[in-house]
Design a protein around this ligand. Structure first.
Ligand SMILES: Cc1cc2nc3c(=O)[nH]c(=O)nc-3n(C[C@H](O)[C@H](O)[C@H](O)COP(=O)(O)OP(=O)(O)OC[C@H]3O[C@@H](n4cnc5c(N)ncnc54)[C@H](O)[C@@H]3O)c2cc1C
Length: 392
């Protein structure tokens, strides 16, 4: 049996360079980001984000997942995962630039010029919308409609909880185009719709920083040429969009958990009660130990899911396990880290309460815990996959 848990030289070099950039350029902004967020402002203004992304570009980081022909790095999923873990180490909401939604690569030549390329360049902001007030987990229950009218389509309905929905200048929206067909199977279509075509957004305050938006379409006219992919392919594209986050979200969670646990260990070694560091108490040690075990388990689930993507195999089962476990893990770790910090952990002086609010979302969006369990159990019950991280 040949097993090797180490990274290749190239993987390590790229991971370490990303870490260096984040440590030198992003982490020094953390205090200020917290201060701004406490004043209900974005931790990082868009202009600052763009400037940092350009700086990162000079460092060699541009378009982690973007194909080389579009100026990106086209990194394997394992490397993307490693870099997202590095991003998780800082609470500044920085992301490398040069990225576009994975399904924008279905654009035709004209659409590429109008939507894909400007999104990669950071000149346009996109959002993706499938969720509706009456259809979240049950995404196949969408009602948002697109009715053909000559060479146009008329879109009507509401989408909700759309990330970037209040800032985006266009949306990739999934609509029902044929009521006689199953939404999952030919009944829905994805459209590229500019805000200027007539939709509006309403910001939704949440417990996290920033917030998603509802998008309201009241008979918005969209030309046929703005269909993304094929008519009837909407749900399939939607699932492809969601699939990517299923290994990147737990990758980010891993970085958050690592940083938070590091803080807890430092605090446990220095904070004294009853004349000795709190870390000498078994109660504290157990919280640290349990966190480390879960963190390590997540690392291998996440890398296994990313590796499966790189093997061109169906990653859905692995990704669901990584997302389910990673989202739960980071919630438990941050909770313990807060407990170890006592009253200080609850204050806004430290980022812990911020993480606490941020990571709660990970159990809800891009497939709730329950949906991941449903997928994992269904795969086993129907015999689609073998039991337990089997080896080939
Ligand atoms: C901040 C934020 C950002 C988001 N960004 C986007 C975005 O960019 N684009 C987009 O399209 N959507 C987005 N979403 C929507 C998100 O994906 C949905 O909220 C999520 O899928 C859950 O759907 P729901 O809220 O309608 O909950 P529901 O589907 O109503 O579920 C409610 C509860 O019931 C459980 N449940 C439902 N069905 C079952 C079942 N069969 N068995 C067991 N339990 C079940 C769920 O797990 C959950 O606990 C975002 C949401 C949030 C909060």
């Amino acid at each position: 049996m040949q097993m090797d848990f180490s990274l290749s030289d190239e993987e390590r070099a790229i991971r370490d360079t990303a870490r260096q950039f984040i440590t030198r350029e992003i982490m020094p902004l953390e205090r200020e980001a917290l201060r701004r967020e406490r004043a209900h402002r974005p931790g990082l203004e868009r202009s600052e984000l763009v400037e940092l992304q350009q700086k990162a570009k000079k460092f060699g980081f541009w378009g982690l997942s973007t194909p080389e022909q579009f100026g990106g790095m086209d990194l394997p999923a394992v490397l993307q995962s490693l870099i997202w873990t590095e991003l998780g180490r800082t609470w500044v909401q920085f992301r490398f630039g040069g990225e576009a939604d994975n399904i924008l690569y279905y654009c035709d030549e004209r659409q590429k010029k109008e939507y894909l390329l400007p999104t990669i360049d950071g000149d346009r902001i996109s959002c993706f919308a499938i969720t509706e007030p009456g259809a979240g987990s049950d995404a196949a229950n969408i009602r948002f409609s697109a009715r053909r009218d000559g060479d146009d389509w008329v879109l009507r309905g509401e989408k909700t909880f759309i990330t970037n929905g209040h800032d985006a200048d266009f949306v990739i929206v999934v609509a029902v185009t044929d009521r006689d067909k199953d939404v999952r199977n030919g009944g829905s279509t994805a459209f590229l719709v500019d805000r200027a075509m007539g939709w509006r957004s309403e910001f939704i305050p949440t417990m996290g920083e920033g917030g998603p938006a509802s998008l309201i379409f009241e008979d918005v006219r969209v030309p046929s040429s703005n269909i993304l992919g094929e008519i009837g392919q909407g749900f399939e594209l939607g699932m492809e969009w969601i699939g990517k986050g299923r290994y990147l979200i737990p990758s980010l969670a891993l970085g958050i958990a690592e940083r938070a646990l590091g803080m807890a260990i430092e605090y446990a070694n220095t904070r004294e009660t009853f004349g000795r560091p709190i870390g000498t108490n078994q109660a504290i040690q157990w919280m640290i130990a349990d966190s480390e075990v879960e963190l390590e388990a997540t690392r291998w689930l996440v890398l296994r899911a990313a590796w499966t993507v790189d093997q061109d195999e169906d990653p859905r089962h692995m990704s669901s396990m990584a997302k389910l476990y990673g989202a739960g893990m980071v919630n438990r770790v941050v909770d313990r880290v807060m407990q170890i910090h006592g009253g200080m952990g609850y204050t806004r002086e430290l980022p812990i309460e911020r993480w606490y609010r941020q990571v709660r979302l990970m159990r809800i969006y891009e497939g709730t815990d329950e949906m991941q369990r449903l997928i994992i159990a269904r795969d086993l019950l129907r015999g689609y996959t073998k039991i337990g991280g089997y080896l080939r």
